[in-house]
Design a protein around this ligand. Structure first.
Ligand code: SF4
Ligand code: SF4
Length: 464
């Protein structure tokens, strides 16, 4: 009993003394949920691997180039000038995750997180194929060194390394872009030493993660997992054991009355299939990644003993305790309001985002220049940033007939993703100026279409 109660004091994959790793050998059970998860995982893997090679508006579908500070989402480029949008998008995403977790628990971890998908649906399957099922794997690890052991371990780790190499390449394609990655792969190594070294560093990291660290990523390292305690409440739907129905647990024994027992026959199959090594019957635990393997396992047992399924299932603590229908908590309504506000603001900012970002400032240290023809001019510096994936022709004008622009050096093309700087005079007739400092508007046109309107100051001796 003492052992049953001390499950919260230590991780299942660490020895009781805390100085040794306990290797977890989960049994794979191909139940109904596993088959759904299998298909879903392959769909996500196809998306993940094809993502860097799909182009939209001439840009990669998703690019997170932190080196050049260029981010692309669905063909739309975001530059450092759009940092406020990036921050707002991250904030919106975080609120969404918090709300999603409060409703559905950690289902992301078990069903969509790349770590779980690669671990359970790729690496674990390769391991089972080469070393056999969880019992054969334990036997192999405990056996003395033999030709068979060396052969199986070498084959497994070679394939692990190859898959890690593949993941590393895809990972890099999301950062530097698939075009750059193809160059690294096809051009001489000497031209891309940094890229080549990066691929191998990432390969090694992925190999170590999937060969050795494994479930510790979810149970110890991942910050999202650590947050479960504050994000979940009694109304969150999680993978849970219906203790009202299952307890008191007890093994099925022939010729003995079972009437005083609950539905759990204490077969421990739900524990054997758990990739993080926990016993879900102990209640919600931080180590549970909601992979649903224990649901499949227990459903199979229930079918065999002719009892209703879902002794372990997706349910909330309140549903188990009160047998009531699922209802959303007040916390979720509050999150929804915040999320709605954030999505509205973000959508407005995205819709009103211009293709060119223009900054016009009066040249520092200058005042006004009075000209002989009765006009006055101010000197300005302008910077234009092209935020699109195509070149943009543009022209600066003022819609005010009294205001004229005179360039010191004229340019009217900004290359894709490029920045140009211009210096120019704004000239106005002195007789039309009534104030020392007045506001003027400068319009930026592209192919006759107004794309931006900039307000700036103009100073002149007032003509009173
Ligand atoms: S699989 Fe079901 S019946 Fe078996 S121990 Fe787990 S909860 Fe009990
Ligand atoms: S307890 Fe069940 S859902 Fe949670 S990690 Fe283990 S097998 Fe997966």
């Amino acid at each position: 009993m003492a052992e049953a109660n001390n499950f919260r004091d230590h991780l299942p994959s660490i020895s009781d003394t805390g100085n040794k790793r306990k290797w977890i050998y989960p049994q794979i059970i191909k139940g109904k949920l596993f088959r759904y998860r299998d298909k879903f995982s392959y769909a996500l893997l196809i998306l993940l691997f094809s993502g860097p090679f799909i182009k939209l508006n001439g840009e990669q579908l998703i690019l997170l180039n932190v080196i050049e500070r260029k981010f692309v989402f669905f063909g739309v480029i975001f530059w450092p000038q759009d940092f406020y949008l990036f921050v707002l998008a991250i904030l919106t995403f975080m609120v969404f995750i918090v709300m999603f977790t409060a409703i559905f628990g950690r289902v992301w971890c078990g069903w969509a997180c790349p770590q779980t998908i690669f671990m359970e649906m790729v690496f674990r399957k390769v391991e089972n194929l080469i070393e056999g099922d969880y019992i054969q794997q334990q036997k192999l690890d405990a056996s003395p060194l033999s030709a068979e052991k060396v052969l199986k371990k070498t084959a497994k780790h070679t394939i692990f390394l190859l898959i890690s190499f593949l993941i590393s390449n895809i990972f890099l394609a999301y950062i530097i872009g698939s075009d750059e990655l193809i160059k690294i792969m096809t051009e001489p190594v000497g031209n891309h030493v940094t890229g080549f070294v990066s691929i191998w560093i990432f390969t090694l990291v992925f190999y170590i993660v999937f060969s050795y660290i494994r479930e510790l990523v979810c149970t110890v390292i991942c910050p999202y997992g650590r947050l479960q305690g504050v994000l979940l409440d009694n109304q969150s739907i999680i993978v849970a054991y219906d203790y009202e129905r299952g307890e008191p647990r007890g093994k099925v024994q022939k010729n003995t009355s079972q009437e005083h027992l609950g539905d759990c026959i204490d077969c421990k199959l739900c524990v054997h299939v758990c990739p993080t090594g926990i016993d879900i019957r102990n209640g919600t635990q931080l180590e549970c990644v909601n992979c649903t393997a224990c649901i499949d396992a227990c459903d199979m047992v229930m079918e065999k003993i002719h009892r209703p399924s879902r002794l372990i299932g997706f349910m909330s603590e309140d549903q188990i305790k009160t047998k009531s229908a699922f209802k959303l908590s007040r916390k979720v309504y509050a999150y929804s309001v915040v999320l709605l506000i954030l999505v509205t603001v973000l959508s407005f900012l995205l819709i009103s985002r211009t293709n060119i970002e223009t900054t016009i400032l009066r040249a520092g240290g200058t005042l006004y220049q009075q000209r002989e023809n009765g006009t006055v001019s101010n000197l300005y510096n302008a910077e234009f940033v092209n935020k699109t994936s195509g070149d943009i022709e543009f022209e600066m004008k003022s819609d005010d007939p009294e205001t004229r622009i005179e360039y010191i050096h004229k340019e009217n093309l900004i290359k894709k993703g490029g920045i140009i700087k211009l210096t120019f005079f704004v000239i106005r007739p002195l007789k039309s100026i009534k104030k020392y400092k007045s506001e003027i508007e400068i319009q930026v046109y592209s192919k006759g279409k107004l794309i931006e309107e900039i307000n700036t100051n103009f100073i002149a001796p007032p003509n009173l």
